[in-house]
Write a protein that binds this ligand. Sequence first.
Ligand SMILES: [Mg+2]
Length: 243
Amino acid sequence: MIRTILFDLDGTLVHYEYDDFLKAYLEGVANKVARLMNPQRFVKKLLKATEAMIKSLDEARTNKEVFWDHFAQGLEVPLEELIPLLDEFYLRDYPKIQETIGVAPHPAARNLVKQLIAKGYDVIIATNPVFPAVAIHERMRWGGIEDLPYSLVTTYENSRFCKPNIQYYAEILQELERSPHECIMVGNNTCEDLVAGDLGIKTFLVEDYLLDDGPFSREPDYRGSFEDMVDFFANEEFLRTAG
Ligand SMILES: [Mg+2]
């Protein structure tokens, strides 16, 4: 029986092309720190530290710790000056990306999550925890789904692993005290999201903003458009009998 539903965020519950977001984000954040640091150098370090965080399998350190340990290496600017600028960026500039790339809530997204929670399912925002909570909650706001009682939202502060490592999903199962067969993962990336299936978690591939990871792809148990996925979850019979 399915009791827990894990939703990816970007390109799944919140509708936009991830590349558009990434471009606007990197430009915005690099501009913000330009008076302290060469923007190209900042972006290069940001991407390298993010890569280190994604690869890390160190269960003793959070993603945030891995990121900043890595970012601080060889940094010529004091972190005490850089971090307040980044905090300001997330509060004042980051929210404007919604308009820059034109994100609007999908009309059915909020109701889908609300209904599932009302029916007693645990709902988790299983977004790759490479961002601070403030940034993840902001993107949830773009999708009109921010203020709902989730069981967990994975962020770089509260997670020790990233997708596509299966340890990311194992950590969620442990946190929620769930077995794989009690869960289903819904996402748009054929590797990062569908790798949950390697643990025995059921998977649903949402194809509206499909990201195909070629040789790293897994086959989903179910697939279809966002609308198909909404219909799929309206059929509770499945949820009671699956697994
Ligand atoms: Mg996604």
